[in-house]
Ligand binder design. Structure first.
Ligand SMILES: [Fe+2]
Length: 354
């Protein structure tokens, strides 16, 4: 597989071709992507509200790498590779609060600072340096209500990268929203099929999401690309749910922030092999208590689920079509500037890692 001949990121969009289907079908390409795309960049890892108390932790993954994010005793946020230095068991599971990070396998115990405290009944080991046996750390940064982790040695400045998006979301009143709940969808497609679908500049909405089409003023739909993220903006068409219009932000590679009306939902697209992925939703609302809020939330979640089910079917359909011997690569519609940006960033990550 020669990436340079696979995809040319230098062409104007009207002359460009999409990456070949090998990027979506081949297990060996997926492995390269895990190391390069997921081994660099900032990745959503947790919500700040999960990590307020000292000792609060969230175990998650970045690509296929187990990670744990921890709030230390003095309030510092830390991230570690969540893998015991003894026999590689994942140390923490799920989310909660703990005094120490204890491996469930043989009880090796690490402090909230990642240092190895005890390794029971090990006996004498030649050359054992306890100070070097802590959990290796990863970069961590909080932005808005989100915590991000990076496995890069020198990750970029997350706050600087996202400053214009921060202004947009501040102006939308995202600070007034409260976390309500989460959901997970399993998809029969490569994770990039879902991201591509998200970044078509609203092209599929009129065809595939009739109910959403009715809520948006599609003549107003526009995409703004920035270095490592883009935003799709659209005015509402008098809908209560989308009052004030919609902000659909995508952060390279796999995180989306959908902010509309009194609502925000986020999507984390988690690869589960070369032909499967999982989309993790977090739901936020301005009002979460009272009978009116309950009705509004139920109806809104039903609408979100309807749109998601439509996208799940589309994405599985594309993944099946990509296996066709008749198809190798496609072209971009003029609205698909966000998608072209995604593919350019992917190509850059892959080439940098070579
Ligand atoms: Fe869609």
């Amino acid at each position: 597989m020669d990436l340079r001949s696979d995809f040319d990121p230098t062409l104007p969009i009207e002359a460009a071709r999409t990456p070949p289907t090998s990027w979506y079908l081949r297990p060996e390409f997926h492995e390269r992507e895990l190391a390069s795309v997921f081994g660099s960049r900032w990745h959503f890892a947790a919500r700040v509200e999960q990590l307020t108390a000292p000792g609060a932790f969230v175990a998650t993954e970045v690509g296929d790498q187990p990670i744990v994010v921890v709030r230390g005793e003095e309030g510092e946020l830390r991230a570690f590779h969540n893998v015991c230095r003894h026999h590689a068991a994942c140390v923490m599971q799920g989310a909660g609060t703990a005094d120490a990070l204890v491996c469930p396998y043989h009880g090796w115990t690490y402090g909230l600072d990642g240092a190895l405290r005890t390794a029971p009944a090990m006996g004498r080991i030649d050359g054992f340096d306890r100070d070097a046996m802590g959990l290796p750390s990863a970069a961590v940064a909080a932005w808005g209500p989100f915590v991000f982790v990076s496995l890069a040695e020198q990750p970029g400045d997350l706050h600087a990268e996202l400053a214009p998006l921060n202004s947009l979301l501040e102006a939308s009143g995202w600070g007034d929203l409260q976390y309500y709940g989460s959901g997970i969808y399993e998809l029969e497609c490569n994770w990039k099929v879902y991201v591509d679908n998200y970044l078509d500049g609203g092209y599929h909405i009129a065809h595939a999401h009739k109910s959403l089409d009715a809520e948006l003023d599609m003549a107003d739909y526009r995409t703004e690309c920035h270095d490592t993220w883009c935003v799709q903006l659209c005015a509402d068409s008098g809908s209560d749910r989308l009052e004030g219009g919609a902000i659909y932000a995508w952060l390279h590679p796999n995180f989306m922030i959908n902010r509309y009306g009194p609502i925000m939902d986020t999507n984390l697209v988690v690869p589960r092999g070369h032909d499967r992925c999982e989309v993790r939703y977090d739901y936020w609302f301005r009002e979460v208590e009272g009978a009116d809020a309950e009705v509004f939330i139920r109806e809104s979640l039903a609408q979100t689920d309807r749109i998601q089910q439509e996208d799940i079917a589309l994405c599985a359909n594309v993944q099946r079509g990509m296996r066709s011997v008749s198809y190798d690569r496609g072209v971009y519609a003029k609205s698909e500037t966000g998608m072209y940006q995604f593919h350019r960033l992917l190509a850059g990550d892959l080439l940098t890692a070579e």
